[in-house]
Structure formats: structure tokens, C-alpha cells
Design a protein. Structure first.
Length: 172
């Protein structure tokens, strides 16, 4: 069993959209937000989905290649034609953690989508008919805050410093 997620990069106006990046492991917010922070630490703020997508794959690949589990951890597929729940659902299997739609222009902005299982009138969860929904801005902010406070964040940052051999980013 994985800890799956899909990450998609987009421009501020959401007209340019990257391919989907599928993570088999480390797809929870406590990993995704530190991966994005590592892009900033390496000064990989290009604000273009066609550049952000491969750089994100590089960051995640570096992290997974630090151990023996890297072989099947990362995939890419066609991205959606627009950023709507319906369009994303057609191209992205949300996995356990759903879909992160990331815009890195000016400031980090993340939209989140995932399957939600409705309850019937008796309160029983209906796993047969999941609904694909977008998180509220408040839910995303709370998720990011929890991820920023998670103990796992330090371990990811430490791993990247070790991978880089203590090197600083270009321009430092």
C-alpha cells in the first residue's frame, strides 16, 4: 500500500497546466509541502509549469533515490485540460492523498482535490459512489499549517542537505 498523490503545476491564470506527477509514496501534505520548500531552497522558482514539473520530479527523485525504494515511486502522465474537479478526475487517480494543484507565481498557492465518500440517511458511508471535490481554502491552509509543524518536515530537509553534500543553491 502506498501513500499516493498527484501534483499538477499551473500558472496564476490556470491557462498553462503541467503533466500530472504521480507519487506512490510520500504523497501526504507532510511531504509535499517540504518538497515544494526544497524547490525554493534550491532557487528553482521558475513560475512556469513546463519548468516546475520536471524540477519537482527531480526533487522527489533525489529524495527517493537516497534509499532503495526509488524504482517505482514516481510517474508522469498527461495533465488535465483545465483545473476543475471534472477535468482532473478524468486524468488523475487521486490515490490516498488526492491532487495538489500548485501555482508558484509570486507566492505559493495550492488547490486541493480528493474523493469524498457521502453518507446515507442513516450515517453509513457509501464507498460505492465517491464524489470528487475541491477542498476549501481554509482546509488547505489548515493542512499546510499542520504540515509545517509536522516532525517529518525536518527529516526531509535534513535528507536534502545530506544529498547535496552541504552545497548551497546557485547564486548563494
Amino acid at each position: 500500500m502506498g501513500n499516493r498523490a498527484v501534483v499538477i503545476f499551473t500558472t496564476e491564470d490556470e491557462k498553462d497546466i503541467s503533466p500530472c506527477t504521480y507519487l506512490q509514496w510520500n504523497g501526504g501534505p507532510e511531504s509535499i509541502y517540504p518538497f515544494l520548500a526544497e524547490m525554493d531552497r534550491r532557487k528553482l522558482r521558475l513560475d512556469r509549469p513546463d519548468s516546475d514539473h520536471p524540477r519537482f520530479c527531480q526533487i522527489v527523485g533525489d529524495f527517493f533515490d537516497a534509499d532503495k525504494f526509488g524504482a517505482y515511486s514516481l510517474y508522469a502522465s498527461n495533465g488535465p485540460t483545465e483545473i476543475t474537479a471534472e477535468a482532473i478526475k478524468k486524468v488523475a487517480n487521486p490515490g490516498d492523498n488526492g491532487v495538489y494543484v500548485v501555482c508558484r507565481a509570486k507566492a505559493l498557492r495550492v488547490r486541493r482535490f480528493n474523493e469524498d465518500y457521502p453518507k446515507d440517511k442513516g450515517g453509513k458511508v457509501n464507498y460505492d459512489k465517491p464524489e470528487f471535490r475541491e477542498f476549501t481554502a481554509e482546509d488547505v491552509a489548515a493542512e499546510k499549517k499542520a504540515a509545517d509543524e509536522h516532525s517529518y518536515k525536518g527529516g526531509i530537509a535534513e535528507t536534502f542537505l545530506k544529498i547535496g553534500g552541504g552545497r548551497t543553491a546557485e547564486g548563494d
